[in-house]
Ligand binder design. Sequence first.
Ligand code: SF4
Ligand code: SF4
Length: 390
Amino acid sequence: MIAKERVALLKCEEYDVEKIEAKIREGFDLLGGDKYLKKLIPRNSKVLLKPNLLDVESKDSIVVTNYVFFEAVIRVIKDYSSNIFFGDSPGFGDSCKAAEKCGLMEVARKYDVKFDPFKESVNVYLNESLLCKSWNVAKIAYEADVLITLPKMKTHGMAYFTGAVKNQFGCVPGTQKATWHTRMPDANNFCKMLLDLNSVVKTNFAIMDGIVAMEGNGPKSGTPNNMNTIIMGESITAVDSTAVRIIGYDNPLDTPVLKEAFDSNWGFVLPEHIEVVGETISNMRSNNFKLCREAGNFYFINPVVTRFLRGMIAPNPHLIEGKCISCGRCREVCPENRKVISMVKVKNKEIPQWDMNRCIRCFCCQELCPAGAIDIKYTTLSRILGMDKR
Ligand code: SF4
Ligand code: SF4
């Protein structure tokens, strides 16, 4: 019989530091209390907290790990170590500014938690990989004694869902992320790559901020949904598996990360292998959460067939012209050497234009558009085939 992995599921309805702290303590109690925590965080070990920073976002942003949530986590972890760091490396822009703007830096200063911008990196060779052996990752993420990931509960244009597994993509320094998107343009390989990355950096624990989650056009331009949820556990796949069931997937294997994890025997994925303690999934589950549309996989052996089918059924980045502020970031972040996007003048306004023959559908442009002006559009055929289902 396979041992079940424990995940703590808690209900918390507001960003109130004392209430969240109490819930996180309750979660640890459910998992084994003080003894459990002492084992997880050996006295004064070097702890790295890895929140989700996507961009320069304000304090009330639903895109990043909330600063009050972050404070509550620190208040608990401080009892076990005074050697705490936090860091992330968003795909675009300055991580220090991003951490300052969303309030994390201010909280960190208050508790003497040090910031690491993930600029120093190490090369790591992963022998037992699913797909990717050579890695360059943030040094501190590789070397910390304890890595605690603090993902936001969000939808994602390519991976459908971004949680505890995907959050470690920030451990790949800055613009190198775009290179990975180019190398892994289909969702399944991208997810295998994420699992390999997690084998490199070895996350010890996850505490997911799902108090206000993001639904719809994630991971940056979706809308808030009060899910009132905190999920905690050692297995990042078990935490994600619990999260996707709460947002409305009946089967966690309908999401590419968890499907790849299950197929590769990587972590705990199936509900029958996970023991949820605290709240029940049925009590916490939403029936109105707007799931991200499937980006799909469009890879066939014959490149001509691939190109043809891609045009017929692959989803496309689509401009919502009225929202575009002509910043050109979409062009800047496009990882293709010969940029797929050109900025063209239409009625006195510069807007992006895509060469869809060369677009690899990595959706970096959609992910990083600061104005939410890009969404994912489905072709008629993909709709007929039901590939756009939510
Ligand atoms: S689509 Fe978004 S990223 Fe591109 S120019 Fe417009 S606002 Fe900027
Ligand atoms: S245009 Fe957008 S989706 Fe296409 S390759 Fe560039 S960043 Fe990726």
